[in-house]
Design a protein around this ligand. Sequence first.
Ligand SMILES: Nc1ncnc2c1ncn2[C@@H]1O[C@H](COP(=O)(O)OP(=O)(O)OP(=O)(O)O)[C@@H](O)[C@H]1O
Ligand SMILES: [Mg+2]
Length: 246
Amino acid sequence: MSQLILDIKNLTVNFRVYGGYLKVLNEVNLSVTQGEKVGLVGETGCGKTTTMKTVMGILPQPPGKIVQGEIFFQGKNVLAMKKSEIEKMRQTGISMIFQDPTAALNPVFTIRQQLYDVVQHSQSSDDGQSRLSAYDVLIRALQDVSLPDPKRILDNYPLQLSGGMRQRVCIALAIARSKKLLIADEPGTSLDVTIQDQILRLLDQIAAEKQMAIILISHSLGVIREWTNRVYVMYAGSIVEESTTE
Ligand SMILES: Nc1ncnc2c1ncn2[C@@H]1O[C@H](COP(=O)(O)OP(=O)(O)OP(=O)(O)O)[C@@H](O)[C@H]1O
Ligand SMILES: [Mg+2]
């Protein structure tokens, strides 16, 4: 049961700033086992998003620079992976829900096009299913996140949706394929409290159904207490505390 999914070891990352370097992550250690719900908390700017972007292989380099450390995902070192291997990891292993749902969606493509891009990879490799069944998969992905009227939403552009709908579309994109690990970076923080609660409930349910591990980043200790088993506290680029949530 306690098989390691993600293991971050001594990760140190700098950002190039005017006149030198800023040490943003300082020997970060963090691990997640199969199906586990892990919280990551810490004040703004302490490095939470940077840590997870590095895991996903999307740290902008430059200005970012990985100075030392290793990141193992299912036993393979992400930092030593080829581009194609990282893409494969993102298609089949890890998804991330980003802090800002507006920035995570491409404004010039309809939801259908963006969702199709994600689903297509699973279709092409499997058993040559037709485009029609791909459409069914898209509808199901939107239904999974309790979006009303999925047929209409498919043909909408992101700006035609409400904030809550966009956040749900982002979640649909993240879970359209079964993954081992879902990284949720403050999901729903920009939304009102009831919708945020609905979204967390939804994530929890989906993760349980698909047996995904979750890393939940949040500023709210109440949210962390309710939705995680174990928590890491980060301060100024370092993990300063790690314990069961209780
Ligand atoms: N592209 C960048 N160029 C330079 N510095 C950056 C860049 N991205 C992030 N930083 C710096 O790295 C530090 C950590 O940022 P990060 O986004 O990881 O914080 P965070 O913990 O996610 O904060 P928040 O809770 O506000 O989302 C900050 O000091 C930030 O200014
Ligand atoms: Mg952040």
